[in-house]
Design a binder for this molecule. Structure first.
Ligand SMILES: [Zn+2]
Length: 142
């Protein structure tokens, strides 16, 4: 097993970023899910005029993925809260209009990364995948 140096989830790029959200999102990662950070890379050749080009290497299931630090939110330890994902109507949603569509706001379990439909504004949720109960991080929707 590889040492975990932190936990990271994708965050929307800030307004000054030159790339938009869909083209930056690694397709194998799940929005709102926390992934183990197994390495940090400082590519000298990639240093650009807009500052930090640090890459974090995430352990995403069978893949290792190097992701630019500026589109990640990194924590020292795995949060104990459901992530709240708020999609804009223009964000890609391949299941829109189907029974598996969770709507534009849904929760992601910190343990199992299961996506959970949000009904109302619950303080806590029990994950249907792993059965764990966690608070819902409404104040830091991503
Ligand atoms: Zn779960």
């Amino acid at each position: 097993m590889t040492d975990t140096i932190g936990w990271a989830r994708l965050s929307a790029p800030d307004a000054s970023a030159s790339q938009s959200w869909p083209e930056l999102v690694p397709p194998v990662s799940r929005r709102g899910a926390w992934y183990p950070v197994v390495d940090r890379v400082h590519p000298e050749t990639a240093a650009g005029p807009d500052g930090d080009r640090t890459l974090y290497v995430l352990d995403i299931g069978p893949w290792r993925l190097a992701v630019p630090a500026n589109i990640l939110e990194v924590r020292e330890s795995l949060p104990d809260q459901f992530s709240v994902v708020v999609r804009s109507p223009t964000d890609p949603n391949p299941v829109r209009g189907t029974p598996t569509d969770l709507g534009n706001t849904y929760a992601v379990c910190p343990q199992s990364r299961c996506r959970v439909r949000l009904i109302g504004h619950p303080e806590k949720l029990e994950c249907p995948c792993c059965g764990e109960e966690h608070p819902v991080a409404w104040e830091e929707a991503c």
